[in-house]
Design a protein around this ligand. Structure first.
Ligand SMILES: [Zn+2]
Length: 118
C-alpha cells in the first residue's frame, strides 16, 4: 500500500478520534461511536498494511544469501564461480578466458547461495 494512503488514513483516524472524544463530552454518544468506529477502521487498516509490509520486507533480511555468478567458457571447460556484480545477467559476455585465451567467457548461471547452509 502506498505511503500516501497510510498517511491519509492516519490523518482521518486522528481527526475522527478527536471529533469522537469531543462529541462524547457533548453527550452525543451515538455520533461519537460512529466517528470512533471510523478511527478504529482507519488505524486498523494502517496497522494491517504495516505488519504485512514488514513481513514482506523481512524475508530478504531474515535469510541472508549471497548471490553468485557462474562464469563459463564456450571454447573450453573453464568454469569459475565468483561473487555476483550489479549489471551481470545470464549469457552476458565477460571477456577473455584465462585458460584458453578466447573471448568466449560468459555468465552461465546466477544463483543465490544461502549463507546459513555453510
Ligand atoms: Zn576457455
Amino acid at each position: 500500500m502506498p505511503m500516501l494512503i497510510s498517511l491519509i488514513l492516519v490523518i482521518i483516524g486522528v481527526t475522527t478520534l478527536s471529533e469522537g472524544v469531543r462529541l462524547f463530552e457533548e453527550g452525543k454518544s451515538q455520533t461519537a461511536l460512529l466517528y470512533l468506529s471510523v478511527t478504529v477502521f482507519a488505524f486498523g487498516f494502517v496497522m494491517f498494511s504495516i505488519t504485512r509490509a514488514r513481513r514482506g520486507y523481512a524475508i530478504p533480511f531474515m535469510t541472508p544469501s549471497k548471490v553468485m555468478s557462474v562464469v563459463r567458457c564456450a571454447q573450453c571447460s573453464f568454469k569459475q564461480i565468483k561473487n555476483f556484480a550489479i549489471g551481470e545477467f545470464v549469457l552476458k559476455a565477460v571477456g577473455n578466458c584465462t585458460q584458453c585465451g578466447n573471448p568466449a567467457l560468459f555468465i552461465n548461471e546466477i544463483y543465490a547461495e544461502d549463507i546459513k547452509k555453510r
